[in-house]
Design a protein around this ligand. Structure first.
Ligand SMILES: C[S@@+](CC[C@H](N)C(=O)[O-])C[C@H]1O[C@@H](n2cnc3c(N)ncnc32)[C@H](O)[C@@H]1O
Length: 214
């Protein structure tokens, strides 16, 4: 695990410098932006929301911006990605969001302490064993009937878009990416005591929605 943590930190030390360009280029259309789609799903109630593998905070910030009654905590292994996230939160004067350096496999949070857990564009980089460990940890920190939202890459149906997808992100992603695209989310979530609810499609991505079984 230590090797894995060091590899992730080294990679995202470099990527943090230009990471937000991806949102500017790929998710520029507000209507099909998965982060906006995610934020629109959450009610503006007094909810505790955990965004794991939050990176530069784009999904966490979209939620905090839309819902000032939500308390959003973003966690990530990379202090460089977190620095970029904190800078944006400070610049926008959000007081309902905070960021902490933590491994999503084993967090410091108490059992059943969050109403919502979200994870965006992170699981596709992980081998299945790691995804399983993270889903177990999410199940631990989520309250019964709490919601889980997963945004990740998905091959578009349109032939031209599908061709573009074969270049970005496919060419840049690790070997596990091809297996990730084949995951049957209903089956996988069932194994971890979640009930699959729905899938929505956005630019190059999908949003999988599930609820923790009682
Ligand atoms: C591709 S980025 C996605 C960032 C962000 N969620 C987004 O939607 O843009 C993947 C992030 O996952 C983080 N990460 C990878 N493994 C992790 C782990 N086990 N615990 C916490 N963060 C992790 C990386 O540091 C990186 O910031």
């Amino acid at each position: 695990m230590e090797n894995y943590e060091n590899r992730v930190r080294a990679l995202y030390k470099i990527l943090s410098k230009a990471y937000d360009l991806m949102d500017l280029i790929i998710f520029s259309n507000e209507k099909s932006n998965p982060r906006k789609g995610l934020a629109s799903k959450l009610p503006n109630d007094r909810l505790r929301v955990l965004d794991i593998c939050c990176g530069t905070g784009n999904s966490a910030i979209a939620i905090a911006k839309k819902n000032d009654n939500n308390t959003v905590i973003g966690i990530d292994l990379s202090s460089d990605m977190l620095k970029a996230a904190r800078n944006k939160a400070i610049k926008n004067k959000f007081d309902n969001i905070s960021f902490r350096e933590m491994n999503a496999v084993k967090t410091d949070f108490s059992n059943e302490s969050f109403d919502v857990v979200t994870v965006s564009l992170a699981l596709h980089e992980m081998p299945q064993e790691l995804i399983d460990l993270i889903l177990t940890e999410i199940g631990r920190v989520l309250k019964p009937s709490g919601k889980l939202y997963i945004i990740d890459w998905d091959r578009p149906k349109h032939p031209i878009a599908s061709l573009v997808f074969a270049i970005f992100p496919t060419l840049f992603e690790p070997k596990v990416f091809k297996d990730f695209l084949k995951i049957n989310w209903k089956q996988l979530l069932d194994k971890f005591a979640f009930k699959y609810l729905d899938t929505e499609r956005y630019t190059f991505t999908k949003l999988v929605i599930a609820i923790k079984s009682e």
